[in-house]
Design a protein around this ligand. Structure first.
Ligand SMILES: Cc1cc2nc3c(=O)[nH]c(=O)nc-3n(C[C@H](O)[C@H](O)[C@H](O)COP(=O)(O)O)c2cc1C
Length: 183
C-alpha cells in the first residue's frame, strides 16, 4: 500500500495563526500511511487574468496541489465566510485546463475562530467544493474556538479534545482517500 500525500492549506497568513496551528496538529496526528506538507500562501497575489505568466509562488502551490492525494483545509472565518487567501488559491487552481488539479480530490476541512468555530465559513467552503468537484469528508467536523484557551500564543493547539478530533479526522481522511482511489 503506497503512502498518501496530504497537502495542508491555511487561510490565515499570520505567523501565530490558530488555523495554521490546527494543520501542525494534524501533522503530528497522522496515520502511519500518510504524510502532510503545509503550503505557504504568503507570496500568492490575487488572481488576475491579465497576468500573462503565473507568479512563481502560484506555480509552486499549484504543483503541490496537483501532487497531493488529498487536501487538508484550515478555514478561518472572516465576516461569516471563508478568508480571501484560501478562496484565492482555489481561484488560481480552478483555471487549470479541465480543473485537473482539483477534480475528484478528497478534502478535509477544519477551522479555528469565534464561538461558532468557523462553521459558517466551512459551509461556504463546502459550497465552493461543489463547483470544483472536490469531495469533502463529512465527519468528523472540526470546529475549534480560538479564544477560550485552546491555543497558545504561537497558535499551537493545546486542547486535547480538539487534538483528538483532528487525529480522528486525519484517520477518516486516509480511509476516504483510499476509498475514492479504490486503493
Ligand atoms: C477580517 C476579520 C473578520 C473576522 N470575522 C469573523 C467571523 O465572522 N467569525 C468569527 O468567528 N471570527 C471572525 N474573526 C476572528 C477570527 O476568527 C480570528 O481572528 C481568528 O483567530 C483568525 O484565525 P487565525 O488565528 O488562524 O488567524 C475575524 C477576523 C478578521 C481579521
Amino acid at each position: 500500500m503506497s503512502s498518501l500525500k496530504f497537502l495542508g492549506i491555511s487561510g490565515s497568513l499570520r505567523k501565530a495563526s490558530c488555523n495554521s496551528g490546527l494543520l501542525r496538529a494534524a501533522q503530528a496526528a497522522l496515520p502511519a500511511d500518510a504524510t502532510l506538507e503545509i503550503a505557504d500562501l504568503s507570496d500568492i497575489p490575487f488572481y488576475n487574468a491579465d497576468l500573462s505568466e503565473k507568479p512563481a509562488g502560484v506555480v509552486r502551490v499549484l504543483a503541490q496541489m496537483g501532487a497531493a492525494d488529498a487536501l487538508v483545509l484550515a478555514c478561518p472565518e472572516y465576516n461569516y465566510s471563508l478568508a480571501p487567501a484560501l478562496k484565492n488559491i482555489f481561484d488560481w487552481a480552478s483555471r487549470e485546463p479541465n480543473n485537473a488539479l482539483l477534480s475528484d480530490k478528497p478534502v478535509a476541512i477544519m477551522g479555528a475562530g469565534g464561538g461558532m468555530g468557523t462553521s459558517r465559513s466551512q459551509y461556504h467552503l463546502r459550497q465552493v467544493c461543489v463547483f470544483l468537484n472536490l469531495h469533502p469528508l463529512n465527519k468528523p467536523e472540526v470546529f475549534a474556538n480560538a479564544f477560550t484557551g485552546g491555543f497558545d500564543t504561537a497558535g499551537n493547539l493545546t486542547d486535547p479534545k480538539i487534538a483528538q478530533l483532528v487525529a480522528d479526522q486525519m484517520a477518516a481522511l486516509a480511509a476516504w482517500t483510499r476509498r475514492l482511489k479504490a486503493d
